[in-house]
Design a protein around this ligand. Structure first.
Ligand code: BG6
Length: 490
């Protein structure tokens, strides 16, 4: 293990829809996340809508689709976990003070697009939304915590989704450009690090979670939407560099590590193809500025015809990122044969690995996978790298004194921090680590509160009951020490 660099950005990560709540306050518009109900590890989340005759309905995430002419809508009698989340909107001062107690150097958070442009197509931003994030950034500055700001963490304004049909439509690029320029201009001097689209590649992974026919039907739209997001991302990078040359902008990739299930050459090729498709396809464009050689084969195999405007190529070339950020939680195996035993992961699916142990939610725990990912990324691109999500989703049970002894979380994080130390020794230019969900938040895949990642416990349950009181878990004190000793005491 090599010592961590002096100014290493130790911290934690969140997203607006999973922590903020206040979904209808201070002029905020609805987002697509506001119409998704809660699920569990075994039952899906549902998207709710009104059909063309105004009749309420819902379909299961990854298993169904929106009926023609239906519009997404909030329905009476349904529970939507993002509406209140953990109410960071009203607790941000208290939360940031707790992060500061741990010695945080960085805090990753996202801006909710529809707080700034409630419908998405306005020409003037909502001042109250802009003010909220200004106050949050100022509060972070008070404690010298560097914000790392994600522009888009899955929160498309609902109006744009219902009106344009979302990212299939090129007009989303213009709407996003306006939003990106607004926040880049507004927060000059308060923010240095930006990420454009969270896990921009994850919708390709979603295809593997769908029944075959639905996946085949969805491929065209998936890749077209990604193309539009890649262009919007490139525009945002260009705009950032024009607006403030001190800005550093990164891509954000869900890094799903896959090992070949066996040393059979077919399994090795299955791994190579899976990596190209789900891990490298977007990052290659964002880092290098053009589609990789294998993209054509991927699109042809999926029966996709990408529509591109003439200027897109130039824009992609001119909007390459300054650094590579990614999420890493678990690994799985790729195989040329049908999956026999399913290994779940961060929106991924693969074959179980007999050498790993699994979390309560079935995700394979593999610290070495993080060292592997860091090496692969740096070897491929030679630009600075930061881990912006990593952690263990587990159920925490307070004891009689109300304390949480989350040694399982400490063990998971310790292994992954050690793996980062090894990657540093391997020569990787790693400049930070923001573990996922430093404050307990709503799970993205299941919508549960029970699946917790935080160092800070929030008293709230799956049905939305609880006082929202914050308390420190054992991992809080442990991580404080890790930061204090710059990763020497694990
Ligand atoms: C990533 C997302 O996919 O994984 C986060 O960027 C998410 O939004 C995190 O919360 C962990 O996943 P989950 O489903 O356990 O919340």
């Amino acid at each position: 293990m090599r010592p961590f660099p002096k100014n290493f950005l130790w911290g934690g990560a969140t997203s607006s829809s999973q922590i903020e709540g206040a979904f209808d306050e201070d002029g905020r518009g609805l987002t697509i996340q506001d119409v998704v109900t809660a699920g569990t590890n075994t039952s899906p989340r549902y998207y709710t809508y009104l059909d063309r005759d105004g009749v309420p309905g819902k379909y299961a995430q990854f298993l169904g689709e929106l009926p023609k002419e239906a519009k997404y809508a909030v329905l009476d009698g349904e529970y939507y976990p993002t509406h209140k989340a953990v109410d960071f909107y009203h607790h941000y001062k208290e939360d940031i003070a707790l992060l500061a107690q741990m010695g945080f150097k960085a805090f990753r958070m996202s801006i909710c697009w529809s707080r700034i442009f409630p419908r998405g197509d306005e020409t003037e931003p909502n001042r109250e939304g802009l003010n909220f994030y200004r106050q949050v950034f100022q509060e972070l500055k008070k404690y010298q915590i560097e914000p790392i700001v994600t522009m888009w963490h899955g929160e498309d304004p609902l109006y744009l989704v219902n009106t344009y049909g979302g990212w299939d439509d090129r007009r989303m690029i213009d709407a996003f450009d306006r939003y990106a320029r607004t926040i880049l201009t507004e927060y000059r001097g308060l923010v240095k690090y930006w990420l454009t689209f969270n896990e921009i590649n994850n919708t390709i992974m979603f295809l593997d979670l769908m029944p075959r026919e639905l996946a085949a039907r969805s491929a065209q739209s998936t890749y077209q939407q990604i193309h539009h997001k890649l262009v919007a991302s490139a525009h945002a990078v260009k705009a950032a560099h024009q607006i403030d040359p001190a800005y550093k902008v990164g891509c954000m990739i869900a890094y799903a590590v896959n090992y070949p299930r066996t040393c059979a050459p077919e399994d090795v090729m299955a791994k190579v193809e899976k990596d190209q498709k789900i891990v490298h396809y977007c990052a290659d464009v964002q880092v290098r500025g053009y589609y990789p050689s294998y993209a054509k084969a991927i699109l042809e195999r999926a029966g996709v015809k990408l529509m591109m405007a003439e200027e897109d190529k130039k824009d992609l070339r001119e909007g390459t990122v300054d650094f590579y950020s990614f999420s890493y939680y678990s690994s799985a195996c790729a195989s040329a044969a049908e999956i026999r035993e399913v290994s779940k992961g961060n929106f991924t699916i693969g074959e179980k690995n007999p050498y790993l142990t699994y979390s309560e939610w079935g995700w394979g725990m593999d610290p070495t996978g993080l060292r592997y990912a860091l090496n692969m990324i740096y070897d491929r691109y030679q630009i600075p790298v930061i881990v912006v999500e990593n952690g263990l989703g587990a159920e925490d049970k307070p004891d009689e004194q109300g304390e949480i002894h989350d040694d399982y979380r400490i063990e998971y994080l310790r292994g992954h921090i050690e793996a980062m130390g090894q990657a540093l020794a391997d020569g990787v230019d790693l400049f930070g680590y923001t573990s996922w969900g430093c404050i307990d938040e709503i799970s993205a895949s299941t919508g549960e509160m029970k699946k917790r990642y935080g160092f800070i416990y929030v008293d709230r349950d799956n049905a939305g009951n609880g006082t929202l009181a914050r308390s420190r878990k054992d991992s809080f004190y442990w991580y404080k020490k890790v930061i204090e000793t710059n990763g020497e005491e694990l």
